[in-house]
Each structure stands twice: as C-alpha cells, then as structure tokens.
Design a protein around this ligand. Sequence first.
Ligand SMILES: Cc1cc2nc3c(=O)[nH]c(=O)nc-3n(C[C@H](O)[C@H](O)[C@H](O)COP(=O)(O)OP(=O)(O)OC[C@H]3O[C@@H](n4cnc5c(N)ncnc54)[C@H](O)[C@@H]3O)c2cc1C
Length: 415
Amino acid sequence: MKIGIIGMGAAGMMAASQILESDFAGELLLFEKNSKIGNKVLISGGGRCNVTTGIHDLGEVLKKYPRGSKFLRYAFHEFGPESVYNWFEDHGVKLKTESDLRVFPASDDGHDVVGVFENIFLNNQNCSLLLNSNVIEVIKVDEGFEVICKDGSTYVLDKLILTTGGQAFRHTGSTGDGYSFAEKLGHSITKLGPSLNSFILKEDWVKELAGVSHKHVVFKASLEGKKIAFEGPCIWTHKGKSGPAIFAMSSLLAFAEFSKDSPFDLFIDLYPQMDQESLKNEILKFKDINHKKLFKNAFTGIIPKRMVEVFFNTLGISLDVLCSEIKNKEIFRLIETVKNCKVSIIGRGKGDEFVTAGGVKTKEIDSKTMESSICPNLFFAGELVDIDGFTGGFNLQASWATGFLAGNNAKKSCN
Ligand SMILES: Cc1cc2nc3c(=O)[nH]c(=O)nc-3n(C[C@H](O)[C@H](O)[C@H](O)COP(=O)(O)OP(=O)(O)OC[C@H]3O[C@@H](n4cnc5c(N)ncnc54)[C@H](O)[C@@H]3O)c2cc1C
C-alpha cells in the first residue's frame, strides 16, 4: 500500500509523522517542491515559531477562527493545543508559554520544530522524502491517484493527502497549487482572500505617526450591515496600520473590498480605558484647574505625544493654546477624535498577508477523518482547507491538528 503526501509544511509533516510512528508497513512518499521541508514553519513567528496557543479551553480556542471553527471542533478534541504541546515536548522540543499565551520553543528557534520531523523521516525505511519534487498534476486512476512531477517522474499511489498550503508568502513554496489539484478531483474552492495583513490608509498624517504603538485600542467597523470589533495592540506604519489587532481586523475583513476610490471606514477608540463622557469630564477638570498650562498637556498619558501633535495640527488647533484659551467646541472635537478616530482603508499591505482565507470547502471533507466526501482515499489538511485563524499560534495549531487526523486516518486499512 502506497500513501503520498504533497507538501511538507506543518500539516504534511504532522500527517507523515502519524503514519511513520505507527506500525505502518506500506510505503510513504513525501513530495516537496523545495530543497528542504518546513520552509514556512521556519519563518513563522519571526523565526521563533509560535507553535500553538496556551489557551486550553477549546470553546475559547475555536473563537479565534473566523472561518472553519465548527469544522475544527473534532480535530481539536483529538489533537488540541495541549496535545500539540505535549507531542513536541515528548519529541524533545522544550516549549514555553509567554505572558500573552503564545507558545514557542524554549530555544526561540523554529529549526527545533522542523528538526523533529527531519529525524522521523530520515530514520524510517518506509519513507521516501522526495525533495525538489514539484507536483504539477494529480490524476484519479481506478482506486488510486497518479502524481506527476515537473521533472517528468510519475508515481501511482493508493491514498493521497494534499497539504500544499495557501498562497501567502509564495516564495516559501506555497503557491496555491493544491486548489487546482482539489478542483480537478471534484472539489470546490471557496473565494480566496488575504488575511492577517496590514492596511494602507488614505490619511496623509499617518506617516507622521510611523512607529507609534498602542498597547490597547479598539477597532470598530461595519461590514454588510453587521458591526465588527476587535481590541488589542497595534502600530502605525509609514502607510497605515499594522499589529495584532489590525491582523485580526484584516481577518474579519478578508473578503471586504476597498480602494482609493471606494475606501472602507475604520473607527479606532484610542483610549478604551474610559468612556467618552468620563474622558470629557477628566479633560474639562484638567482645563479648569490648570488655567495657565498648555492645553495639550491634558492628553498626557491618554495618547502618545506625537499623536497629540498630529491631532492638534489636523484639527487646526494651536499646540500653544492655553487651558484658559481653548474653546469647548475644540475640546469636544479632540475627544471625539481620540474615542472615535475615523481612518479610511484604501488597500492591504502588498504581499504581506500571513495566511490565505478560503480554500477547499469544508462541507466536502469529513471533519472526523479529513477524508474527501467526494473522492475516496483523498485527504486534506492545513491552510489549503477553508480554515484560518488569528495570530497567536492558531494557524499552525489548525495545521498540526488536521494533519494529525489526515495521517491517522489515511494509514487505516493500509497494512
Ligand atoms: C511570515 C509568516 C509567519 C507566520 N507565523 C505564524 C506563527 O507564528 N504561528 C502560526 O500559527 N501561524 C503562523 N503563520 C501561518 C502558518 O505558518 C501557516 O498557516 C501554516 O504554516 C500552514 O501550514 P500548511 O502545512 O498548511 O502549509 P505550508 O506551510 O504553506 O506548506 C505547504 C508546503 O507544500 C509545498 N508545496 C506546495 N505546492 C507544492 C507542489 N505543487 N509540489 C510539491 N510541494 C508543494 C510548499 O513548498 C510547502 O512546503 C505564519 C505565516 C507567515 C507567512
């Protein structure tokens, strides 16, 4: 019995390890177009590899997936964040959970994660790791599959696991090839879009804030009549906004359309610690007891200094105005800007998305086995499927868990 896995990223590597660490007596062929395995795992988390999340409540974990949360429930039940943590530790990778609940190798080096799989593959005689093997076509034949590589080599397999990833960071090898393989085998691909990206904003003043960061702001927007919000840290860039809370917003807005001519309104509460009325009272109190002081000092500790300057300038208020001189109407405009700062999204950071939203329709895959419900003996796992999560280890977690199920189920009845 021959099983093939196309794509040696997180999902493919985990699927392969499940097959090889069992009493599998068949032949396992691992196709990878690159000259090494796990390219994207190596660059994930800035090279530190945020392997999974430290959140263990599965209900909470599943809330981090704008697409695919229902589909992932069983996979996480079988191989959730705790199991992933234990699996890597059992395989010799010491992990640590940081204060924001992201889990990394204690060494802060993704090579340790990929090294686990290299060891498993190299030490197994049932496994052929076919590096530099760019699969260009997959054909259904009788009960199995024919896999054709760019160099002309062909392989016939009884079972096939597709783990070619999405199409983000294409230079890593993930160029979306699996979508056409899946389509050719009878599957539908949902709309694809970038997710976990920065935004380009229309406002000219953003460049003056480049590098200014916030520990906690709230973003709000309205999408197709539905209100969406996300809170967390973010940073201003030369062209717009980035950071964890923006990535989450981008995930919720993965299929929203915007451009220079048709901008998308995003509202930011830059001081969520206080409601608008309380903030107004605080500022008015400052003004009343500090007649001779500069009014701009009322915003110290509320928004960063550079932002105070930008807001005063854009609203045409002098930075030298004293508390005794400022007009109430100007105060209210400033407070409105702090609590409800409107910016216009006109684009996404080009090619900087971390994942692809959309993929093989989950309805066409058995969520308990990862087997296709259209084409028997075909399995899927990882980002190729219509599942994607926020930043924080959730995307790798989904790839490990679906890879775990695909590997374990593909090897059934294979001996
Ligand atoms: C910069 C960056 C940082 C990230 N950081 C994190 C993080 O810290 N934590 C987290 O949870 N997620 C992170 N992600 C997301 C996460 O890395 C991915 O969601 C995850 O790696 C997807 O795994 P996968 O196995 O489905 O696909 P991939 O890792 O994309 O692997 C697919 C593999 O298939 C191979 N392949 C594709 N087509 C073919 C073909 N035709 N023939 C042969 N081989 C083929 C590719 O070369 C590749 O090796 C990050 C993503 C990026 C881009």
